[in-house]
Design a binder for this molecule. Sequence first.
Ligand SMILES: [Fe+2]
Length: 248
Amino acid sequence: MNTLKVVCTSDIHGTLIDYGKFPKGDVLVIAGDISPINDDHKIFRQEAWFRNSFAPWLRKAPFKYKIVIGGNHDYYLHSRPSKELQDILGEGCFYLRDEILELEGKTFLGIPWCSNLPRWAFNMDEEVLDEHLQKLKIAHDLSNKKIDLLILHAGPKIGGLGKSLDLKAATINPETGLYIIEAPEYGNEALAKFIYDTKPKYCCSGHVHSAERSGVHINGGKTSCYCVSYLDENYRPNPRYKFLTLDL
Ligand SMILES: [Fe+2]
């Protein structure tokens, strides 16, 4: 079976990356938070940008296939059915909202949801998200189907995948009086449970821009997970943030 080289990123927040910056690959994955941050999150502005700027840029991106999911900043994507967005993106581009895509024998599943972010796009209460993921497992028969790449927006609560590693803060341990330097944890428990249950080969996520990028290996080494945010905590491209390339 052919190998598919997959280049993963997320959290571009309106940045239409120069094509020359991408490593070579067959598939480009963008794991949510595509919309500009300077648009007041107005749906009509996000729609105009998606139709007139993002979709043409994505269509011309030098990859055979391009896969996109939404994130909590993407109110326009949240407000529209997949089919409509898929039609705007056009040939070679795929929009996944809880949907599975098979490409050359490889299986992709895209899940855009976050939890406990009231008034944001693609938000559910944690318990509702947990139930939703259980239903997805059944709907997609994930007990019998192997996912090669699980594409999430929110970082699961596994290792440092949901931690702001570049925003470590000092607190004082009340018992010892000593400082503790630690990164705030925003990892999602329902998504972590889903990964432990379904054991995808790879998982990429974003949302917490400075979460763990070097790989968290679980499920007895069967699953490797990575944060793939393009922008850093200051919403700027960061030379330390390399694109993740996977061979599927
Ligand atoms: Fe996000």
